[in-house]
Design a protein around this ligand. Structure first.
Ligand code: ADP
Length: 282
């Protein structure tokens, strides 16, 4: 399977007329609970694309954690590497979404950062077909990346919006592919020896390698919520790449999955394989 390692969250999606600003009140239009967390989102998206996926992450021993685990299992994601951490709550994110689909977050990390390097079963990592790392404890990510690369297992990494606050040197040394938004890309080490995929919302994505840059435009869709678009993109790109697709097709898969994920509310809204193929054929 592809192992996705990192955060598993319970999200509360709050639709508001506008994102909050100091000294102003925003009106709540609706709210819903759903599951999220970058690693969980990628694993669910991969599973929907018929790529066997497993998770390495933590939830608390609470109702939110049970719900997150049940959602992963229902989606066909292996939870053998999901640790029930007694030391704290499951991470909860309040995802504020305005009428244009713009997002602001209010959250706690809960036990998402509870996994230490020693908690990761190296055999699980060596047996993986590929490892995708998302934002997490740098030491844990570094260990997974090293074990994987020493075993010849491919490693991709999406460090997320906190990339500037953390030191992931031990990870970047072992990765093949990095996913980042244009803003996040500014915080990446300059001498990285990996393929970089820079996503740019509705404008699509660009693959930067030693050979040069290849841009693929985004797909025009009716966007309602961009939460998890980057995770759906990564799943689409990885699914295509692992099947041996060319760069252009991998970018198209990523953009299609990212775009489709923005057309409904929630973080785990990537398409299944049949919907993706229909979308790309249209
Ligand atoms: P993140 O979700 O991590 O902030 P982006 O906003 O760059 O990252 O979105 C990731 C990908 O999802 C984009 O590269 C694109 O393929 C797709 N996407 C995101 N927003 C839109 C949109 N409004 N319309 C079409 N595609 C989108």
């Amino acid at each position: 399977p592809v192992l996705a390692a990192g955060h598993v969250n319970c999200d509360v999606i709050v639709r508001v007329d506008r994102l909050p600003e100091p000294d102003a009140e925003s009106a709540i239009r609706s709210f819903d609970r759903s599951c999220g967390g970058s690693a969980a989102n990628v694993a669910v998206s991969l599973s929907r694309l018929s790529v066997p996926a497993g998770i390495v992450g933590s939830v608390g021993t609470d109702e939110a954690g049970a719900r997150a685990a049940a959602t992963l299992e229902r989606e066909g994601v292996s939870t053998a590497g999901l640790r029930e951490a007694p030391e704290g709550p499951t991470a909860v994110k309040h995802v504020l979404v305005d009428d244009r689909g713009e997002v602001a977050l209010l959250g706690t990390d809960g036990v998402n950062e509870a996994i230490e390097p020693g908690d990761v079963d190296p055999e699980r990592v060596r047996r993986a077909g590929h490892v995708h790392l998302t934002s997490q404890r740098p030491a844990t990510a570094a260990r997974i990346a090293r074990v994987a690369s020493e075993a010849g297992v491919g490693v991709s990494f999406d460090p997320g919006r906190r990339v500037g606050e953390r030191t992931y040197d031990g990870v970047f040394a072992h990765v093949d592919t990095v996913f980042a938004t244009a803003r996040e890309a500014e915080s990446l080490p300059e001498d990285g020896d990996y393929a970089l995929v820079v996503t740019d919302g509705a404008d699509g994505a660009e693959l930067r390698t030693a050979e040069g840059r290849r841009h693929h435009p985004g797909f025009a869709v009716d966007t309602v919520d961009t939460t998890g678009a980057g995770d759906a993109f990564a799943a689409g790109f990885l699914a295509a790449t692992l099947e041996g697709a060319c760069e252009k097709r991998a970018l198209a898969y990523g953009n299609a999955c990212g775009a489709m994920a923005t057309t409904s509310e929630g973080a785990q809204t990537g398409p299944d394989r049949a919907r993706l193929e229909r979308f790309l054929d249209a």
